[in-house]
Design a protein around this ligand. Sequence first.
Ligand SMILES: Cc1cc2nc3c(=O)[nH]c(=O)nc-3n(C[C@H](O)[C@H](O)[C@H](O)COP(=O)(O)OP(=O)(O)OC[C@H]3O[C@@H](n4cnc5c(N)ncnc54)[C@H](O)[C@@H]3O)c2cc1C
Length: 601
Amino acid sequence: MPAYKAPLREIKFVMNELLDMPGHYASIPAYAEVATPDMIDAIITEGAKFCEQELAPLNRVGDIEGCTRHEDGSVTTPTGFKEAYAKFVEGGWPSLAHDEAHGGQGLPESLGTVMSEMVGSSNWSWGMYPGLSHGAMNTIDLHGTEEQKHVYLTKLVSGEWTGTMCLTEPHCGSDLGILKSKAEANADGSYSISGTKIFISAGEHDMVDNIVHIVLARLPGAPEGTKGISLFIVPKFLPNADGSVGERNAVTCGSIEHKMGIHGNATCVMNFDGAKGWLIGPENKGLNCMFTFMNTARIGTALQGATAAEASFQGALAYAKDRLAMRSLTGPKAPEKAADPIIVHPDVRRMLLTQKAFAEGGRALVYLAAQQNDIVKKAEDEEARKAADELLGFLTPIAKAFLTEVGYESTNLGVQVFGGHGFIAEWGMEQLVRDTKIACIYEGTTGIQALDLLGRKVLMTQGASLRNFTKQIHKFCQSEEGNEGLAHLVKPLVELNKEWGDLTMKIGMAAMKDREEVGSASVDYLMYSGYVTLAFLWARMAKIAQDALANGTSEEDYYKAKLATAKFYFARVLPRTKGHAASMVAGANTVMDLAEEHFAF
Ligand SMILES: Cc1cc2nc3c(=O)[nH]c(=O)nc-3n(C[C@H](O)[C@H](O)[C@H](O)COP(=O)(O)OP(=O)(O)OC[C@H]3O[C@@H](n4cnc5c(N)ncnc54)[C@H](O)[C@@H]3O)c2cc1C
């Protein structure tokens, strides 16, 4: 099993050198006093220790043991999970990035993202328990009444209770417009919720005294489709007036799923049998309410792609330096040994560099999105908030779908670097593959994210959100026009930046004649967008490295590695855009012509 080591130098590179997070925090009054450089440093250092020492050792335990549902519907988490959660709460981690009004520490959400990265790379399954609580907290914070905030939010922020998001039903996940769960008003202002929700992460477990379910359901006579869905708080135990846990509510875990990965996280069928709940936000506006924090939730899942790439890269790199096989084509590199370490072989290097490029590029993209989220939530300047909101909306489907797809690819490469041993459970590499696949599915599948990007974000804004982003790329390329040392990056970036707009126009025109053109182009379009977005970030990181080397640095090797990885990404990964470009404009007929009944004979 690879031992996780928090990549603190990499985290600090993105925080301090690429995104100037200290300057960003200082520019937002709500953060200026609290998010000082010393405080940020202390939090990252302490968080790293917690993840390396407490969570990483439990990752394989969680995979082997999984969760156990008992006859009475209770669920036990794997050995050590509960104790680690207690330490997490004791350390004040759940309250890090929440408002002080509800017991939080008032630190920026982007700092929470850094902690989530380290938690995720060390033990994603465990991280989902506090992770799901964030969704519940955001919902109550943005749409709950003062009383709901007082009763539920404070307990969630302290970590004493955890939360869930109950959207999916047996017959629907992507299309929530057809959900069937019902809510009927009671005389006391509460509602009785009935229905079955499936695949509910952390739906039942033994880590806390109470679980707060956020549930989507329909009121009697509600309009059909997405316009007739309301949002409810349904606690496992009804809270007493003093905040303590009271009577058991009629919500139970019917079963837990036996699944491909994330065994340490309980994925539950939740039965609501007239469970008592309370409306959050206006009637029939449940999905609108959820949209307000969808970006943050999806960025949280995007992070899973980047964390998986990082964890798999760490394991593969250590193995590649140690494992001996054959000699280098250019003569022995370790003549004193029986064979050379496999890191000498070009193909092994190709795999490692691909993982490295996705892990570091992915971190840059997620942190960039998290920075925009800070601005949306807390900046005082309305124009800045609006611009950040637009950029975040544009980047979210790209980050979510692209990073989870390439994160999954990275975990497969990790197995490949290990050869046969990668296929053996003991090393932990195959677990990463199994744990990561789900990231491409939940929080909106890759297909659904691609439709959101091309349909809603790009075509429905007549390309405005794309243009705002390509303008930023254009500005960077212009500023580096005469920079010979970066010409191998800037030139292709200029071309791709233009082609991105041209392809969009082509698809838009084709879609005017046939709407199927959008759906048939969308995933290629999304992947293309992801590769170009990462290229922009890699070019910027290369520029920082170039400057550091030119100005003299004690970390020459570090910055040279950045330049080498950028060069690799542009030369060996970015050409994938050519395939996606050709494919996205190949025409809807290439997928639609085959009649359904002729798919199989
Ligand atoms: C381990 C796990 C944990 C989960 N955790 C939670 C949770 O905590 N809370 C919760 O509510 N849900 C949760 N889910 C559910 C998850 O969000 C859904 O499974 C997911 O949204 C996909 O929905 P579905 O399974 O119904 O697939 P479907 O919606 O049936 O989709 C099947 C396929 O069809 C494609 N598709 C559907 N519509 C279109 C379209 N219009 N155009 C193109 N392609 C389309 C999809 O991309 C997908 O490939 C979890 C699922 C799992 C497996």
